[in-house]
Design a protein around this ligand. Structure first.
Ligand code: AFP
Length: 333
């Protein structure tokens, strides 16, 4: 069997006019950083990278050592690549400018360097999520305003899953493609062409410990799933919650299902739990490109006009029919 590497795949995409040389090279730099993060994640306690860093991030959450390491790897790898106007990270409050002595490009890169980091110390899958936008025309250094574009403007989105194997899932707007890291060769190999979210599902993912805080439409929907064969859905559903969005979304991309971090009384004041620009938007683009749907429960995630770099939003994504049902319940209520 012919093994296609990420580089070959991207060159073929470029030849077919689906991506530009600049975007191709940018994605390759991100993939190189992902390999370095994967090495650090897999060494675990041997590299002394577990535990708290002793600092808080912009969300006021305790940073793990690996959060800080993954963030540094992504910033450093992408600073000198020459394809970016600026970067934004979950771990950095302000826009990260490209140092003046490096060439600049026309793209903006946003990322959550290590999503699910509370799972690191217990050796459960974590991931990296990224989103690429065009930098709007204009003079001077990009500001937060340059980043505040709706998700439908993304030119690429992806995530890396550091699980039993490391996988890179990518879309440049022409379907969703999956690559598996061959650790011996150090290359991402094209293993999952045109991934699709199955429409039929019997699985849901939600943090059920928040049930008492949910809004009535979510209580109704989950109640119907839990009623199983004897309820209105007429079939049994199973529940999974890894608490690493990347792992939960990857399962849905592979075998269908619905993922929800809805608005509830606990997170209402913040607008939701998950971050719009580097969690919800890239995952929404991937899920929609794979034939699924992604809403806040009320509107399409990728149509939201962001107001802040670190904005939080409710997230309902996965198999289209299920997402439509949850959204319908919200709009009826
Ligand atoms: P951490 O990166 O702080 O572990 O947060 C992970 C996350 O943003 C997302 O990946 C999970 O789906 C969600 O939070 C889990 O939240 P709960 O801990 O409230 O279940």
């Amino acid at each position: 069997m012919r093994r296609v590497t990420l580089t070959q795949f991207l060159i073929e995409q470029q030849r077919a006019g689906r991506t530009t040389p600049e975007l191709r090279l940018l994605i390759e730099v991100v993939a190189r950083a992902v390999k370095a993060i994967s090495v650090n994640v897999s060494k675990g306690a041997l590299a002394g990278v577990l535990g708290e860093a002793g600092t808080d991030n912009v969300q006021g959450e305790a940073q793990k050592k690996l959060d800080v390491i993954a963030n540094e790897i992504l910033l450093q790898a992408n600073e000198w690549g020459g394809h970016l106007a600026a970067m934004a990270s979950e771990e950095v409050e302000e826009v990260h400018q490209i140092p003046f002595d490096y060439p600049k490009g026309g793209f903006l890169l946003l990322f959550d360097p290590l999503d699910g980091s509370s799972n690191i110390d217990v050796n459960i899958s974590v991931g990296t999520i990224f989103s690429v936008l065009r930098n709007p025309e204009g003079e001077g250094e990009p500001t937060e305003q340059n980043f505040l574009q709706p998700g439908r403007e993304q030119v690429a989105a992806g995530y890396a899953l550091y699980g039993p194997s490391t996988q890179l899932i990518l879309t440049v707007g022409d379907g969703v493609h999956g690559f598996t890291l061959d650790r011996e060769m150090g290359s991402f190999i094209y293993t999952h062409p045109f991934m699709t979210v199955p429409n039929e599902t019997q699985e849901f993912a939600i943090n059920a410990s928040n049930a008492r805080h949910w809004e009535p439409p979510v209580q109704r929907y989950v109640g119907e799933l839990q009623a199983g064969k004897t309820g209105p859905r007429g079939k049994d559903f199973n529940m999974r919650w890894v608490a690493s969005m990347v792992a939960d979304v990857h399962r849905i991309l592979t075998r269908g299902g619905i993922f929800m971090y809805p608005l509830d009384e606990k997170c209402r004041d913040q607008g939701g739990k998950l971050r719009l620009m580097y969690e919800a938007n890239p995952m929404a683009m991937i899920i929609e490109q794979a034939g699924g749907a992604a809403t806040t429960g009320r509107e399409r995630i990728m149509d939201l006009q962001p107001t802040k770099l670190h904005q939080r939003v409710p997230v309902v994504l996965g198999s289209a029919a299920e997402v439509e049902r949850v959204t319908k319940y919200h709009l009826e209520g």
